[in-house]
Design a protein around this ligand. Structure first.
Ligand SMILES: C[S@@+](CC[C@H](N)C(=O)[O-])C[C@H]1O[C@@H](n2cnc3c(N)ncnc32)[C@H](O)[C@@H]1O
Length: 480
């Protein structure tokens, strides 16, 4: 048994004892090998074989006690969960009884069988040593060919044109120009911007309003019913720090039958945020394969690992954190970029509701709370960061919000965050449109996307305005 995780690309090409193993681990490996050989020899005329197997199992239990922090692997964890469950039932043993035999709680056994937890090395050795389970080393370890693949499973992929250095140079050029519209992606990819964005959207007020109340449970049920026996891959576009997406996958893993394979692919243009998202995902969802894709969601059709295979696999694309707004023309994105999606694929996004139709700007100004109060301090720190760091001769920044009633989706309007810069050395001030936000009429958005082949499956409103109405919704669409 090697100590490699199936997901991490730590390098060791054979399951033999790696050099860094401690003497305790060497003993464990030797005992496992002995048990393996004995289990293979049950048909052969070896004297006292059953007793010998029992003694080796006992020894394994004793040495297994010493260490439960290291992972074993490569192991097909989904198959192991099913196997453990089936063997326990075949042995007519409750989770409580098995738990007692291996000195853990029944919850631990339940979590392993439902793939919410992986047994560490010590516990795995103890499970191998329970005679009633009749677990064999060969039942658990992948064979050489499979294990080679699993041991080297990549966790990250870079799009061919992905170039953060060029993106930063471009940003510096834009911020030293005469003003204009700043590409939305610029607000996330330098490390300071990424940290400021994480601070603002994990602040108590923001999290309470937008992050912790997302109605993922009913969405997960709906997705599970749609997926049937297919495997499900969640393609999280613009995943940021991945907090919302991981919450969603956690719900999905509860809603799907244990036998359904579930994978999470995280895509973002910001390396820093993608790194944070990956760390959070593998810590929170230890049994789910997680892959990061460094790229641009406008180039989705080039990323075959996200869109293939079409058979026996359903994909759920997500664009959470109100990122729909990053698309200049939402309907074109669905019609053109997402033409690479397969019929039956799903798309989930969250949207903010319009407070009045775009034809009634006075009502919007009166009702929309964002237009009643100044830009939040943490927001201003995040939005002003790139200007403060890269704009030469900058003296000060003033923020304001402008209403845009000429948005492409019927019934929607935009709020543009404007940064007006005051400059040193007598330079004229500049106006940068630094961030967009949009509000939608969900019915009109659904109709627009239906007209380009994305059927609205379900809309779940949530949040609450001061007059008790929901302020936003999760919207799930299916490709026809
Ligand atoms: C508003 S944040 C939302 C993050 C996350 N989904 C959430 O729910 O909190 C938008 C994210 O999309 C990413 N992003 C923006 N434009 C992108 C693009 N064209 N391609 C890939 N990622 C992009 C940003 O880097 C950022 O992480």
């Amino acid at each position: 048994m090697s100590t490699q995780s199936g997901q991490s690309p730590r390098h060791s090409s054979s399951p033999a004892i790696p050099r860094e193993h401690t003497s305790l681990e060497q003993i464990q490996v030797k005992l496992v090998e002995a048990l393996h050989e004995m289990q293979k020899a049950t048909e052969a005329p070896v004297p006292n074989l059953r007793d010998s197997i029992r003694f080796v199992q006992k020894a394994l239990t004793l040495v297994g006690d010493a260490d439960d922090s290291t992972e074993v692997g490569p192991v097909d964890w989904a198959a192991f969960a099913v196997l453990l469950h089936d063997r326990r039932l075949a042995a007519k043993m409750s989770q409580e009884v098995l738990a007692e035999k291996v000195d853990v709680t029944a919850t631990t056994i339940r979590n392993i069988e439902s793939q919410r937890r992986r047994p560490g090395r010590g516990l795995m050795l103890k499970l191998l040593a329970v005679p009633e389970l009749d677990l064999r080393v060969s039942d658990i370890e992948l064979d050489a060919e499979q294990s080679h693949g699993a041991a080297w499973t990549p966790t990250s992929w870079f799009a061919p044109k992905y170039d953060p250095v060029a993106m930063v140079s471009d940003m510096v050029e834009v911020l030293n120009g005469e003003g204009g519209q700043v590409e939305q992606t610029l607000l996330y990819f330098d490390p300071r911007s990424a940290a400021d964005w994480m601070a603002t959207c994990n602040s108590a007020t923001y999290a309470a309003s937008y992050r912790t109340n997302l109605p993922f449970a009913p969405i997960a049920k709906h997705v599970a019913a749609h997926v049937g026996g297919h495997m499900l891959r969640v393609n999280a576009l613009g995943c940021g720090d991945g907090k919302a997406e991981v919450m969603l996958v956690d719900h999905l893993q509860r809603a799907l039958p244990r036998t359904n394979k579930l994978e999470l692919f995280l895509l973002d243009i910001s390396h820093v945020l993608l790194n944070a998202a990956h760390k959070h995902a593998v810590e929170t969802l230890p049994t789910i394969p997680v892959l990061t894709v460094h790229g641009n969601f406008h180039e989705l059709p080039r990323y075959a690992m996200l869109t293939q295979p079409r058979e026996r696999c359903r994909r759920l694309y997500t664009l959470l954190g109100f990122t729909l707004v990053n698309l200049k023309e939402e309907v074109r994105f669905f019609r053109d970029t997402l033409s690479c999606c397969a019929p039956g694929d799903l798309f989930l996004c969250d949207v903010l509701f319009a407070y009045a139709p775009p034809e009634r700007p006075d009502d919007i100004c009166r009702k929309d709370p964002a237009l009643q109060s100044p830009v939040r301090e943490s927001h201003a720190a995040w939005l002003g960061g790139p200007l403060r760091r890269y704009c030469r001769d900058l003296a000060d920044i003033e923020f304001s919000i402008a209403l845009d009633t000429n948005c492409p989706v019927p019934g929607s309007y935009g709020l543009d965050f404007i940064a007006t810069t005051k400059m040193h050395n007598g330079l004229p001030s500049r106006r940068f449109s630094i961030l967009r936000s949009r509000r939608y009429d969900p019915k009109k958005l659904a109709d627009s996307l239906a007209s380009v082949g994305w059927h609205p499956e379900v809309t779940i409103p949530y949040g609450q305005s001061s007059d008790g109405h929901p302020t936003m919704a999760l919207m799930l669409f299916r490709k026809r």
